[in-house]
Ligand binder design. Structure first.
Ligand code: HEC
Ligand code: HEC
Length: 279
């Protein structure tokens, strides 16, 4: 016990009573400070956090709450188009209904919050924010708000929602990388540039500022399926074969290597007590 560390009984007593006095004082202050909270205030609080979460999803690389956890030039919305409101490209609509879920990659049952935090480490090549931190709670709350009213179905196969992207019928061994390269230059380079580094309006698709090789899109099958529903932005008309060819080309380019231990925070910051206690 904490108090037993003080060997001398008098010293022990002194600390015990100082501790009790502090507790009493804190309880007193709290009862003065706390008015009953009305239903409207609770609704307002929740709406505020939903809004904060959406702002983080949109401006992940620059938002003061999230930027320290991002290690590349991508915002969540770079892949979860329209802040996850797009019906196909990485949709968050209905996503929260699919958790908790079994994750073969993590070899664990994971929660929606875990799923959100893992995207920071992998897709955003950054550091996993602490569980229970404000940024984590805000983003998870926003994603959850997009499943309002839908019924929950836990998921025993893999951690994706009902609107998850369907894999294409063509398989990576049918890809032609040379065809992919010329398609990239005719269909993608106008925005993402010949060197894949993008510009101020378009994110990089390979290189140090791109997603790492532990991200979902670093799998050719996933990237092909995502391109088919997402790119070229505003003109999504690639055939399955074209999407696959381009995916093989894009993922053959250099990108950061994912080394899990470099993306976890220090042990002390792995989790946070999700509270600002008043008593
Ligand atoms: C480089 C692209 C990319 C970026 C950036 C990215 N993600 Fe993802 N994320 C994906 C892909 C791909 C999937 C799998 C989606 C699917 O299969 O429909 C995914 C899945 C998810 C899921 C699970 C969706 C489901 O249907 O179960 C959540 C939640 C998620 N991401 C949150 C985030 C958050 C939050 C951020 C920003 C911190 C982020 N992602 C950044 C590519 C990305
Ligand atoms: C008209 C411009 C435009 C064209 C053409 C275009 N993209 Fe994009 N792409 C974007 C924008 C903008 C985003 C980020 C979306 C957002 O933030 O809303 C993006 C996102 C991406 C992403 C996910 C984020 C990242 O940078 O890794 C990939 C991968 C991607 N595009 C690949 C391609 C490929 C491959 C093609 C060609 C088939 C293509 N794009 C064509 C504008 C474009």
């Amino acid at each position: 016990m904490f108090f037993q560390r003080f060997k001398k009984p008098r010293l022990q007593k002194f600390f015990q009573s100082a501790f009790a006095a502090t507790l009493l004082l804190m309880a007193g202050l709290t009862s003065l400070a706390q008015e009953p909270v009305s239903k409207e205030q609770i609704d307002d609080k929740l709406a505020e956090v939903v809004k904060l979460g959406e702002a983080i999803v949109e401006n992940t690389t620059t938002h003061p709450m999230s930027k320290e956890y991002v290690g590349n030039a991508l915002n969540c919305t770079s892949c979860h188009l329209d802040n996850g409101r797009h019906e196909k490209a990485g949709t968050f609509l209905g996503t929260a209904t699919a958790y908790p879920a079994w994750s073969p990659r993590e070899n664990r049952v994971i929660t929606l919050e875990d799923r959100v935090l893992n995207c920071f480490m992998r897709s955003c090549n950054g550091t996993r924010p602490p569980l229970g931190s404000e940024v984590s709670v805000a983003v998870t709350t926003y994603v959850t708000s997009l499943s309002q009213g839908q019924s929950l179905r836990m998921n025993s196969k893999r951690p994706v929602g009902p609107g998850a992207i369907k894999l294409l019928a063509v398989k990576p061994d049918q890809a032609d990388i040379n065809r992919g390269a010329s398609l990239y230059h005719s269909r993608c380079a106008e925005c993402h540039q010949k060197d894949g580094q993008g510009d101020k309006d378009n994110p990089p698709v390979w290189g140090e500022r791109s997603y790492n090789d532990g991200a979902g899109l670093s799998s050719v099958e996933n990237l092909a399926a995502w391109l088919k529903v997402a790119m070229p932005l505003d003109d999504t008309n690639l055939t399955d074969q074209q999407a696959l060819d381009i995916a093989v080309f894009v993922n053959s380019q250099k990108r950061p290597n994912f080394d899990l231990l470099k993306h976890l925070p220090t042990k002390a910051k792995l989790g946070e007590y999700n509270a600002s206690p008043t008593k």
